[in-house]
Design a protein around this ligand. Structure first.
Ligand code: BGC
Length: 387
């Protein structure tokens, strides 16, 4: 009897310890543990094992994508001075899927919707809004690359009007804390959801600072999403500056707007703006355009990770024939190297889709529409038509 009581006690103690260990693990992985972010050690990096089959398959499945740009990465959804922005509409999701795109990159300015102080809580209404859009996109069968965009202070850039600053001491930790919450919130979504840690790290984010910070952020993402595919860019617009974390479920990413004198002619955010009237594409322009794609492929071959051409596009001041020629060329160059791509962007100044009709954004002379938006057919055809 005494013996069986002892055995029972040991079993109860064991059960209690297991429950405690389980709860402790859950707390470690939950956003409730955010106060400990400073203590999370960065994932080791610099000796990456090469990509998993899952990463290769997912990268290929991203296929032909489009950025829902100038929407959720405005200072608020649909609000961004002076560049302008448009709120995400269900219509955009429907037309994107119906046109035959297979993925959407969703840039989000998380930093403007989160507390300035630890634990940097993300506003719940905003979280719900982003989640509802992600869910609708996934329900359409689209892959989604959920991207953090325009945390300007992190890059050391001037803040936009309507953007707030936080204490410089918490900048990096806040970035990690945002990812801890995002990763936890989306942990049960399908594998068609990917995370992209940060768009175009630059400026204050030197390569060494970015490599260390990305490894910290990936470490917290992995607490709740052990195998979700994560997309990573190199600092200074240069994938070769990236020290890959030692993780197999990664995709490298790069952008290509070459030649900028063509793609960014008239862009108001370039100072002074480049002259309008540049056509495309002669041999030297084609050589410039293809160079980043070739470099992306070389990086992929060297490190044995797939790459995503996450942004390419031309601003509306270019003439439509040239834009179509450049867009088709870019798509063909990426696809001939088996690189999936995301056009920048759906429905604003670079847009393949006019959200308003009447050419009020973008292409003067577009026929007016009172039926909501419509595709700029030549651009859509350059992206999705048979070559
Ligand atoms: C930026 C956009 C910009 C685009 C082209 C993107 O990465 O976030 O604001 O319009 O690049 O310059």
């Amino acid at each position: 009897m005494v013996r069986s009581v002892r055995i029972l006690c040991v079993l109860l103690l064991f059960a209690a310890l297991s429950v405690y260990a389980g709860a402790a693990a859950a707390v470690r992985a939950s956003p409730g543990a955010r106060s400990g972010i400073e203590g999370v050690s960065a994932m080791a990096y610099g000796r990456p094992p090469g990509a998993s089959v899952k990463a290769w398959v997912t990268a290929a499945a991203l296929g032909r994508g489009v950025n829902f740009g100038n929407m959720l990465e405005g200072v608020n959804e649909g609000q961004w001075d002076p560049s302008g922005a448009v709120p995400v509409r269900d219509e955009f999701i429907d037309v994107t899927a119906a046109a035959g795109f297979t993925s959407v990159r969703l840039p989000v300015r998380w930093s403007n919707h989160a507390a300035a102080r630890a634990p940097f809580t993300i506003n719940d209404d905003f979280f719900e809004r982003v989640e509802s859009i992600v869910d609708k996109l996934l329900a359409k069968g689209l892959y989604v690359v959920l991207d953090m965009h325009h945390y300007h202070q992190l890059d050391g850039d001037r803040l936009d009007s309507g953007e707030f600053a936080v204490s410089a001491r918490v900048l990096d930790t806040r970035f990690v804390g945002l990812w801890q919450q995002i990763a936890w919130r989306f942990r049960d979504k399908s594998d068609h959801l990917l995370f992209e840690l940060y768009n175009e790290p630059h400026g204050r984010l030197t390569p060494s600072r970015w490599n260390a910070l990305a490894a910290r952020a990936l470490s917290v993402v992995r607490q709740s999403n052990p195998t979700r595919i994560v997309v990573l860019a190199g600092a200074n617009y240069d994938l070769s500056s990236l020290s890959l974390p030692n993780d197999a479920n990664l995709i490298g990413t790069f952008h290509d707007y070459s030649p900028l004198t063509f793609t960014h002619q008239g862009a108001e955010w370039v100072s002074p703006p480049w002259p309008i009237g540049v056509t495309c594409c002669d041999d030297s322009q084609r050589a410039a355009a293809v160079a980043p794609i070739a470099a992306g492929k070389a990086w992929s071959d060297q490190w044995h990770y797939p790459v995503l051409l996450g942004e390419f596009g031309s601003y509306h001041f270019g003439d439509m024939n040239s834009r179509v020629a450049w867009t088709r060329f870019m798509r063909e160059q990426a696809e001939s190297r088996s690189i999936s791509w995301c056009y920048w962007e759906l429905a604003w100044g670079f847009g393949a889709y006019d959200p308003i009709g009447g050419g009020s954004i973008g292409v003067p002379g577009d026929p007016p529409s009172d039926q909501g938006g419509y595709w700029r057919e030549p651009l859509k055809e350059a992206l999705l038509g048979s070559s």
